[in-house]
Design a protein around this ligand. Structure first.
Ligand SMILES: Cc1cc2nc3c(=O)[nH]c(=O)nc-3n(C[C@H](O)[C@H](O)[C@H](O)COP(=O)(O)O)c2cc1C
Length: 347
């Protein structure tokens, strides 16, 4: 798949996720094989007003390359200004969010709301493409609702505007995260596309990633929720795609190790107070399905010191060694498929 100077064969990419794909999580996913990572979406309006919290989201490290910065907004002017600001942070490419379904974004005419204004979507795309010298891509859904699926009309407009690749989530705005993503629309888009199509929606395992490539013919795949608490999914998917041989599922030691790695990165980039606080929502996914986990989790969400947190995780790992000897741990894929995470409901 080619985007500007980037050329990666069947990339497995980390989807942009607000409050999830910060520097720490992106770097963790990189270590585990993600080919391309995206920042959380960043408000164009906030960037143009110089809001510190949003400017901080533009920070990345060389180790994350190749990476994309994603911006969202509802006006040509703010998107152009934000694109110019984002370009200074030297992403490999810039991505425009045309897919966010939430009230705070779509309710203000940005994100997925632009699916109802194809003309404006094209204007924003064209203006952003003209304003920067790096490649510009877009990410969207298949339409506003099931009665108005218009991705096949949107696609050529984006192509004509100079968009260089499209990440497509196979749901409508109205579906939010309900039901299953309809991969057949991704296939239909791919069949007609002149630009690379990145397929997204409901990849929960390496096998799903392989199936997504096979069923859609897409140039790349993008994984969101399936990577939360499970950064292993990238290396697993890549190995299966490239060799046809599955990697073993991570055992409890590797999962606890990943939680420790994530915590350390989080503290490194956000400092102890915020790094520790923001990690709290992640422990349950790393530890999902392990025996007697609630006691450990309760300790983890109450502790403020990062070194003490590592001690708690190491002690729990030791405890798990005992459970493993007693045959109480079954490392398998079951723990990965809980779609009801609180994190998902927030977006
Ligand atoms: C917590 C959360 C935050 C998200 N934030 C963004 C975002 O900032 N930008 C974006 O384009 N999509 C965002 N998404 C949508 C994902 O990128 C992705 O399209 C969607 O989750 C479907 O893929 P999946 O089934 O692999 O999770 C978010 C999704 C979740 C669950």
């Amino acid at each position: 798949m080619k985007i500007g100077a980037l050329d990666i064969d069947r990339p497995v990419m980390l989807a942009p996720m607000e409050d999830v794909t910060d520097r720490a999580f992106r770097q963790l996913c990189k270590r585990h094989g993600a080919d391309v990572v995206y920042t959380e979406f960043i408000s164009a309006e906030a960037l143009r007003r110089g809001v510190e919290k949003s400017l901080r989201k533009l920070k990345t490290d060389a180790i994350e390359r190749p990476f994309a910065i994603q911006i969202f907004g509802n006006s040509v002017e703010s998107m152009v200004e934000a694109a110019v600001i984002a370009e200074e942070y030297r992403p490999d490419y810039l991505d425009i969010n045309f897919g966010c379904p939430t009230k705070k974004v779509a309710g203000k005419g940005a994100g997925a709301a632009l699916l109802r204004e194809p003309e404006k979507m094209a204007q924003i795309s064209e203006a952003v493409v003209k304003a920067v010298s790096i490649p510009v891509t877009a990410k969207t859904r298949i339409g506003w609702d099931l009665e108005s699926i218009n991705i096949l009309d949107i696609l050529p407009r984006l192509e004509d505007a100079g968009i260089q690749a499209l990440a497509l989530h196979g749901r409508t705005r109205s579906q939010m995260y309900k039901g299953r993503a309809d991969w057949s629309w991704i296939r239909a888009a791919k069949e007609q596309a002149r630009i690379p199509i990145i397929a997204n929606g409901d990849i929960w395992s390496a096998e799903d990633a392989v199936a997504m490539f096979a069923e859609t013919g897409a140039d790349g795949v993008m994984i969101g929720r399936g990577s939360i608490g499970n950064p292993f999914i990238f290396e697993q998917a890549k190995q299966l795609i490239q060799t046809g041989k599955p990697m073993p599922m991570p055992d409890f030691r590797q999962r606890i190790e990943a939680a420790i790695e994530h915590l350390k990165l989080s503290v490194q980039f956000k400092g102890e107070k915020y790094g520790v606080l923001e990690m709290r929502r992640h422990y349950s996914t790393y530890l999902k399905g392990l025996p007697m986990v609630s006691r450990a989790r309760n300790k983890l969400v109450r502790e403020d010191g990062w070194e003490q947190l590592i001690d708690i995780l190491l002690a729990y790992r030791q405890e798990c060694e005992g459970y493993a000897l007693e045959g109480k741990i079954h490392d398998g894929a079951e723990y990965l498929n809980d779609h009801s995470d609180k994190l998902i409901l927030n977006y």
